[in-house]
Design a protein around this ligand. Structure first.
Ligand code: GDP
Ligand code: MG
Length: 172
């Protein structure tokens, strides 16, 4: 299988760290500050039977409100040129343990849905808390995109990164 994947998500959700993990080299810039990723073609992951080229989608990284319509259209054009959209979201819960999908996150998911491409939702930073707290998070995101694979993973520990790649491969 082979194809093109656009990676989208709010700043700091862990896009660059995931790509560095998957691509095995420092091809994307990782920073605690947003907006340091500048390249559009980020790299190609090659494994037996699988080749995935990752694309950046800068116009969908910024928070809602700072966007102008033209930037969004540019980003949506990128989405129209790929096979699959990988949406990264964070694994966190609110202070009371409730899952709160923020407005900026649901905006990104909505834009990804507008592409009408297969979606995979990667729930990043799964190393940060107990596993049972991930279940309501997964359920919440699954509810927003019922047909998508929702895959919790950690780029730090590497857990489930293979499952994320397998979910992408199934769409190609
Ligand atoms: P981007 O803006 O989406 O490209 O996000 P980055 O990859 O630059 O990561 C933003 C911050 O999240 C950095 O401080 C990373 O160290 C941290 N981060 C990224 N992946 C993980 C992870 O798997 N686990 C944890 N705990 N932190 C992570
Ligand atoms: Mg980045």
């Amino acid at each position: 299988r082979a194809g093109f994947v656009a990676i989208v998500g709010r700043p700091n959700v862990g896009k660059s760290t995931l790509l560095n993990r998957v691509l095995g080299e420092k091809v994307a810039i990782v920073s605690p500050r947003p907006q340091t990723t500048r390249t559009r073609i980020l790299g190609v992951h090659t494994a037996p039977g699988l080749q995935v080229a990752f694309f950046d989608t800068p116009g969908l990284h910024r928070a809602k409100g700072t966007l102008n319509a033209r930037m969004v259209e540019t980003a949506l054009t990128t989405l129209s040129e790929v096979d699959t959209v990988l949406v990264l979201v964070e694994s966190g819960t609110g202070p009371n343990g409730r899952v709160e999908v923020g407005e900026a996150t649901s905006w990104v998911i909505d834009q990804a849905k507008r592409s009408r491409k297969p979606l995979v939702l990667g729930v990043s930073k799964a190393d940060r808390g107990p596993k049972e707290l991930l279940l309501p998070v997964i359920a919440a995101y699954q509810g927003l995109a019922p047909w998508a694979d929702v895959v919790p993973f950690s780029s730090f520990s590497g857990e489930n990164v293979d499952a994320l790649l397998e979910a992408l491969a199934r769409t190609l």
